[in-house]
Design a protein around this ligand. Structure first.
Ligand code: ZN
Length: 198
């Protein structure tokens, strides 16, 4: 039995598929949208469509960006010989917010997880190894300190070792199981400064 018009039910259902949106929030959002001025709803829908259609991966570091290459990779002020490996674009943003890291990044878009069936071929590892053919001094592995993050860090370090490039891991100032994006800047900086060669 539908309590609402089928259009509203459809909207609620679509919204509840978004992460972190339970049935109640979906309902609240749906009614909010229905009550918004039409132009505002159109603007919102257009912004979503345009972002989805125009955002792409940076050809060098694979973060999400508007053009071919992201502003960090394009910048001549950044130290291209230091590459920090992170799991997501959100992790990159967390480190950028500290304003203290001057190297470049490599975004894996995930972590190795045998339990979820995510292997090395499912994240941007091959692309990282290709970048290492250029002149690189250090790779800082800043994956999360979850089981998956640690597995990925170990895997990458083993892969890079034979190249002779320095590999380091951020310190465990980052709480175990912690998501990088939720951690405050001071902790992030401490983790970066306290990194150890692995
Ligand atoms: Zn980039």
């Amino acid at each position: 039995m539908d309590y609402y018009s089928s259009q509203i039910s459809k909207l609620i259902e679509a919204l509840s598929r978004l992460p972190g949106i339970g049935p109640k929030s979906a309902q609240r959002l749906a009614f909010h949208i229905i009550n918004m001025p039409k132009e505002q709803v159109e603007e919102l829908a257009d912004t979503m469509k345009s972002a989805r259609n125009n955002v792409r991966y940076c050809k060098t570091c694979f973060t999400l960006t508007d053009g071919d290459e992201c502003p960090i990779c394009r910048s001549s002020d950044r130290d291209k010989k230091t590459i920090m490996v992170v799991e997501t674009t959100r992790d990159l943003a967390a480190y950028e917010k500290t304003g203290k890291y001057n190297g470049v990044y490599h975004v894996l878009h995930g972590a190795i997880s045998p339990m979820l069936g995510i292997g090395p071929g499912d994240i941007r590892l091959k692309e990282l190894m290709e970048r290492l053919r250029e002149d690189v001094d250090e790779v800082i592995i800043a994956t999360n300190s979850s089981l998956e993050g640690e597995t990925t860090a170990m895997y990458i370090s083993k892969l890079i070792k034979p190249t002779g490039i320095k590999v380091s891991r951020i310190a465990s100032g980052v709480p175990v199981g912690g998501d990088l994006e939720c951690i405050d800047e001071v902790t992030l900086l401490r983790a970066l400064e306290g990194r150890t060669i692995i």
